[in-house]
Design a protein around this ligand. Structure first.
Ligand code: TRP
Ligand code: ZN
Length: 870
């Protein structure tokens, strides 16, 4: 019998958390793998934790075949929607459950499914319940022993968590392998893979001398795309020992790359499963961005071994405990290995763009949510990226030493258990002595705070005062907001470029001011003349800053700020001033004052700056980031202004851009950071030059002489943005070359998705019948359709409403095949209140059509309802 979900989805609340009635100390799993009828036998040792003779198990889409307690057939059970209740149980018992499942029919890619020819699993957050009936909650930790049995020819590799302890052949052409994971873990960290792969192997010796076998499994023929992942893994292991004093704890670490995967990667104990996008790379198939993405994600999943696996989450509301902290760790890893400034800039772009937008949307939630219908909807920018900013603020308040003491205490207290965000903050507080009472509000309050800052210089008293007013607008789910503890990092500059010591009440103060009140004034003494303040250095808190900087002050900071991030940020603020003024009057002729153009010219010609950093200085805020500055978004106006300003800079700086472009000639490809930086600057120059007369010639030449994917894609992308004559030829040349490789074609699909031409949508529809495209593959969906919805503002929001109609069509299909992917794709539609009435009505009609579907998945149900009730 197979269950069907029928009832209306219900919300779960954080305040209703109850510890489990029972726990499982050991679970022994046997998988008899078959494409459409896999048999799973689970034998668990279960113990009562409080006085309850009933246990509730989660289960979805399972065929129950056998249920036994202590070896006896047990009839005291009820099969419910979403689970099973077993009654009249003794206080300790052995539970045997046999279920049948259908991996081949599993297009949702949750639980056990087939990716290409291989079996694989995805259990976080609540996928294990699609494998067997179990207490599928992160606070039940058990030792897993897993035997995998399958046909030996088709599935020579049979993998699961932990160490391989036994194996054998059966006489029907099948074989089996038995794995044992000594570390108790929640079910969401369970994994199984069966298939035929090429394997890249290596070894790592931990600093205490443990020898760890490293194995990366990729599709046959892809071995030459695995070395960068291996290097990144070894670098991660080394870095975690050096910076955090954390060592790996098993004898083997396996990574499997699969083509069908809903997210980036998954940290299953000892057996990570990765989206192949975050493993496979060589110079012909991957860009520098891909290489850096692989390093970051390999690091992220590896760092989860301590922050996530050794210490896991009590309940899913605590997700940021592991995700915010692990993102912080992977950001630090990338910053220690590469350019700290460039990494910080790109992380801040994500917060200021998509995270701020999420916090202003109907899905707004605190980094520790209070109410959840579908947990998959809460793997968000808020939980991950803002979560990481919250950890980073604690790091700023405590310093590296205090923070590391806090980490040490956290592991002393909670290793081997399921913990809460509160436990983490308490460890930080207790280890450092820093009071984090008010700081805790960051966990419960949603929305983006604004700091309105004004200043006053008193020449007589030689004081400079900064008045900081903080406020947070009400969000969809939370109307009342309180003042937060905001670390506000500043510097005050003399006109010579030297920084003043910050003296308050006769004492030297740190650069990080504690903003804790709704309104607060800081008076700095001994200031001989009006200074230029550098505010919110390093983006020391995830807030919006308003300060009435003059152009002269911003240009000064672009040149003289001691901190690279502050220099970049000054440049962005300067651009923002002009973008805002032209968006307010889209008929005005777009021009920039000479001093502004010269400031950017100065950056381009400054040979003391790293090329990678110059490239960031010359990169504008995106259409999405600019949209976030408004309550009502003028989609076309913003696009027009951004393009015109780019054109102005291209025209004014043509000579310098060309000189830089030609000075940075193409070298033999290597992924050294210095060379990544040079390619990045060269390609930023090309992006501007595409808007000049030589554009078509330069772009075409770069495409045909490129020896690596970074330069190839940069040429195509310049041709796409500037709509150069060569665009079509380059696109078809690329497609002829790569049509058999979905991952490489994703870059091509992305260019079709973001095509600014007015026929973009019809070309996108055609691209859906390209041989490399499939609506079953999440990467393809994101590259083509996700790019159109998120990064093609003018065409997606075309007043005909055709873009919205297309989105609705796709969402209705994905609702059935893969709700998790559908639910990520729908986000831009939830923000309909940002647009004019006509567009609002058209978007709302699509949401209503979804709402009226009788089989609407929980994932979309939660978002559509929130958006429509707002
Ligand atoms: N825990 C994973 C990570 O952050 C991400 C993850 C959560 C995931 N749910 C998922 C991955 C579902 C794939 C599918 O690294
Ligand atoms: Zn993670």
């Amino acid at each position: 019998m197979t269950q069907q979900a029928t009832t209306q989805p219900v919300a779960k609340y954080r305040k209703d958390y109850q510890s489990p009635s029972h726990t499982t100390s050991d679970i022994d799993l046997y998988f008899e793998l078959h494409d459409s009828a896999t048999i799973v036998t689970a034998i668990s040792q279960v113990k009562q934790l409080r006085d309850s003779t009933t246990v509730e198990l989660d289960g979805e889409q399972l065929g129950l075949q056998t249920l036994q307690v202590n070896g006896q057939d047990w009839s005291e059970y009820e099969l419910l929607d979403g689970g099973l209740k077993i009654h009249q149980l003794p206080s300790e018992f052995e539970l045997k459950i046999v279920t049948q499942i259908d991996p081949e029919a599993n297009t949702a890619l949750e639980g056990l499914y087939k990716s290409g020819g291989a079996f694989c699993t995805q259990c976080e957050a609540e996928g294990f319940r699609r494998i067997t009936f179990y207490q599928d909650r992160p606070d039940v930790l058990a030792r897993f022993t897993t035997t995998v049995e399958a046909d030996k020819n088709t599935y020579p590799y049979l993998l699961s968590n932990g160490n391989r302890i036994d194996s054998g052949d059966l006489d029907n052409g099948r074989h089996w392998v038995k794995w044992q994971d000594p570390h108790p873990k929640p079910a969401y960290l369970f994994a199984l893979v069966a298939g035929d792969f090429d394997v890249l192997t290596d070894q790592y010796v931990t600093r205490s001398g443990r020898e760890v076998a490293l194995e990366i499994f990729v599709d046959k023929g892809n071995l030459n795309r695995a070395p960068h992942a291996m290097t990144s893994l070894i670098n991660s292991m080394k870095w975690d020992e050096e910076r955090f004093g954390l060592e790996y704890d098993l004898d083997i670490y396996m990574i499997v790359a699969v083509d069908f995967f809903n997210m980036g990667a998954m940290e299953n104990k000892g057996l990570n499963v990765f989206n192949s996008k975050y493993v496979l790379a060589n110079d012909q198939t991957a860009t520098d961005t891909d290489y850096l993405g692989i390093e970051a994600v390999i690091g992220h999943e590896y760092f989860h071994n301590w922050t996530g696996n050794r210490v896991t989450c009590q309940d899913w509301f605590q997700l940021s405990l592991k995700e915010g902290l692990t993102v912080f760790r992977d950001q630090e890893f990338s910053s220690d290995l590469g350019s700290r400034a460039v990494n910080r800039i790109n992380n801040v772009r994500i917060i200021r763009g998509p995270q701020f937008a999420e916090d202003a949307s109907p899905m707004s939630h605190p980094i520790r949510p209070d109410k959840v219908i579908e947990m998959n909807n809460f793997y968000t920018l808020t939980v991950y990226e803002k979560g990481s900013e919250v950890i980073r603020m604690m790091h700023t308040l405590l310093g590296e030493e205090g923070f590391q003491k806090g980490m040490k205490l956290y592991f002393e207290r909670h290793d081997g258990t399921a913990a809460t965000c509160e436990n983490f903050v308490a460890a930080m507080e207790d280890a450092s002595g820093v009071d984090l009472k008010q700081f805790r509000l960051w966990y419960s309050q949603s929305g983006t705070p604004t700091l309105d800052v004004t200043s006053h210089y008193d020449a007589d008293k030689q004081t400079f005062s900064l008045t900081v007013v903080q406020s947070t607008e009400p969000t969809h789910e939370q109307k009342e907001k309180q003042a937060l503890h905001i670390p506000f990092d500043i510097e005050l500059y003399k006109y010579t470029g030297e920084a003043y010591s910050l003296i308050i009440d006769g004492k030297i103060n740190s650069n990080v001011l504690d903003v804790t009140q709704p309104e607060q004034t800081f008076v700095f003494e001994g200031i001989e003349s009006a200074p230029v303040p550098s505010l919110l250095r390093e983006f020391s808190a995830p807030v919006k800053l308003n300060y009435a900087y003059s152009d002269e002050e911003l240009i000064f900071l672009m040149r003289h700020a001691t901190n690279d991030f502050a220099r970049w940020d000054a440049g962005q603020m300067l651009l923002a001033k002009y973008i805002k003024s032209f968006v307010a009057d889209t008929n005005a002729v777009v021009e920039l004052p000479t001093e502004v153009v010269d400031a950017f010219r100065g950056v381009l010609l400054d040979n003391t700056l790293e090329p990678a950093f110059i490239a960031e200085m010359l990169t504008f805020p995106s259409h999405n980031e600019v949209s976030g500055w408004y309550k009502r978004v003028d989609v076309d106006g913003i696009a027009k202004v951004l393009k015109s300003i780019k054109q102005v800079i291209a025209n004014e700086l043509t000579d310098e851009l060309s000189a830089t472009y030609f000075a940075l000639t193409q070298q033999a490809y290597s992924i050294e950071h210095a060379e990544i930086g040079q390619r990045s600057l060269r390609n930023v120059c090309l992006g501007y030059l595409a808007y000049t007369e030589q554009g078509n010639t330069l772009v075409e030449k770069q495409y045909y002489s490129s020896n690596n994917m970074t330069d190839t894609i940069a040429a195509m992308s310049a041709a796409n943005s500037a709509q150069l004559a060569c665009r079509e030829t380059l696109m078809s040349d690329y497609s002829d070359k790569w049509k058999h490789d979905g991952l490489v074609m994703d870059k091509w699909f992305m260019l079709q998705g973001t095509n600014p031409a007015s026929n973009a949508l019809s070309v996108i529809r055609e691209s859906m019948s390209h041989e490399a495209f499939s609506l079953k593959n999440p990467n393809r969906i994101r590259s083509l359709i996700g790019a159109f919805l998120n990064n093609n503002p003018v065409q997606f929001h075309a007043t005909t409403g055709e873009g919205y109609g297309f989105a609705g069509e796709i969402l209705r299909q994905l609702n059935e095949s893969n709700p998790q992917v559908a639910s990520r794709l729908i986000d831009p539609l939830l923000k309909f209140r940002l647009y004019d009435e006509a567009r609002q009505a058209q978007i709302k009609a699509q949401l209503e059509a979804l709402k009226s579907m009788d089989n609407l998945a929980k994932d979309l149900f939660e978002k559509v309802n929130k958006a429509l009730e707002s």
